[in-house]
Design a protein around this ligand. Structure first.
Ligand SMILES: [Mg+2]
Length: 448
């Protein structure tokens, strides 16, 4: 059973064309046998297995053993501190702004690490980064990032401020420190946080449209696929946290139309953004199963855990969930209770790449995929690429919103764009990119 699924899962990853090292891929337990499967999966879990959230994989612990393994995965350190011989005292943490862009710059011993700070969020959240987050990292050894990060969460009652503006601020500082750490030992971020298992990643394009006609949406998706060569798409269902007759009519038409248009080898995902109630989600989910979709994201509002579990137990198609979560404990509950089978931390909203790797490790314990959500634009696609480079159970396609041409960055090791549906992960130090020097010169520190 396990062998069959493993082969199927590997075939999914390889059908995306991604370069995968080793055999660390996990089965996507109970996933609807996609049209891109090399062979039919005769090893679907039965209803009892799905109802208990178990996968049927021989190496997945159960009950108390699962609980203990999840706790251990949540607590284990991620940053490979042993790779750094010398201290790297952080001299300065600054939030810079130029035009609409916000950057974090971290400096130590003549080195600078940079991160794009999710400019959409930072335009409102900058005082939190400057006043409540940045000061807690100054003077600390960059090698102690994980410890310092936790101390910054506790300091000044910062935990009371948690929510998207706080976690995005923490994530942006973390990304800049990881860029600095990579530059210090000439290694890409993936090599600091694990083993690099992929040098390129398969991408999917996600449509943000709603309310347009099914035909107009198909035309839009075709354009997106043509531009990137992506072998997978995701589109939106419902009416965002609600549904009505018009949105349901669109959903019922669009689901089969995407399959008919893109054909059987294509991977299709859909995201309801919390639009449905349970009966409607089950009805729509069954149609997605018929059309061999690969996952069904946020069928009901994101914190309706019991309802999401009820839907998961009624369907074969895996439920995807997690982009609104920041609490590691909540991720653990979602995994342990079998509420979702594709776990989707947003690398910014959930507080950075290290926390998201902890989520991936918990998912791995349970035999599940962990495919991050990508919010905003900027360099988010590179954060996702570095994450997927070192997370064995990242799914076969990662969200790609396209290169932001307003951010003047280049890389000697990657075109930074999707070519034939693949994004080469920059292999240079840190994020593996360089900003245009004139852009950095124009960026001025923000004083809170
Ligand atoms: Mg979503």
């Amino acid at each position: 059973m396990t062998t069959t699924r493993r082969r199927w899962m590997q075939s999914l990853a390889l059908s995306s064309g991604a370069t995968v090292a080793g055999s660390a891929l996990l089965p996507l337990a109970g996933a609807a046998a996609g049209p891109d499967a090399a062979e039919p999966d005769a090893a679907e879990p039965d209803a009892a297995e799905r109802a208990s959230g178990e996968t049927g994989a021989a190496d997945v612990p159960k009950g108390a053993a699962l609980s203990q393994a999840l706790a251990a995965a949540m607590q284990a350190p991620v940053l490979r501190r042993e790779r750094f011989a010398s201290p790297l005292p952080i001299e300065r943490v600054e939030l810079l702004k130029t035009g609409k862009h916000f950057l974090v710059r971290v400096q130590s011993g003549g080195l600078s690490g940079y991160a794009d700070a999710h400019s959409n969020v930072m335009s409102a959240a900058s005082p939190i980064l400057v006043r409540k987050v940045a000061p807690h990292f100054v003077g600390k050894d960059a090698r102690d990032l994980e410890h310092t990060f936790h101390q910054a969460y506790l300091a000044s009652s910062n935990y009371k401020w948690q929510g998207l503006p706080f976690w995005v601020s923490m994530a942006a500082v973390e990304m800049a420190i990881l860029d600095l750490l990579g530059k210090a030992i000439n290694q890409p971020i993936g090599a600091l946080l694990g083993e690099v298992v992929r040098t390129s990643i398969g991408v999917y394009r996600a449509s943000g449209n709603r309310g347009n006609s099914p035909e107009a949406e198909i035309e839009y998706l075709q354009q997106q696929v043509e531009e990137t060569g992506a072998k997978a798409i995701k589109f939106r269902l419902g009416a965002r946290m609600r549904y009505d007759d018009a949105s349901t009519a669109r959903d019922l038409a669009l689901i089969p139309l995407t399959r008919k248009t893109f054909g059987d080898p294509f991977t299709i995902y859909a995201d309801a953004n919390g639009s449905y109630d349970v009966p409607t989600a089950v009805r729509i989910g069954k149609l997605m199963e018929e059309q061999k979709f690969r996952f069904f994201e946020e069928p009901v509002p994101f914190d309706y855990y019991e309802e999401t579990k009820e839907i998961a137990d009624s369907l074969q198609i895996p439920i995807a969930l997690g982009e609104q979560e920041a609490s590691l404990r909540n991720f653990r509950r979602i995994i342990e209770r079998g509420i979702a089978r594709v776990i989707q931390p947003d690398l910014m909203y959930s507080g950075g790449i290290i926390r998201a790797i902890k989520v991936a490790r918990m998912a791995q314990v349970a035999g599940l995929e962990c495919t991050p959500h990508m919010s905003g634009g900027g360099l988010g696609y590179l954060y996702v690429a570095h994450y997927a480079s070192c997370v064995p159970n990242a799914g076969p396609h990662q969200e790609y919103k396209g290169k932001d041409d307003t951010l003047p960055v280049g890389s000697p090791t990657s075109p930074l764009t999707s070519v034939n549906g693949l994004l080469q992960v920059p292999s240079g130090p840190g994020l593996g990119i360089e900003f245009e020097s004139s852009f950095l010169r124009a960026a001025k520190p923000i004083r809170a």
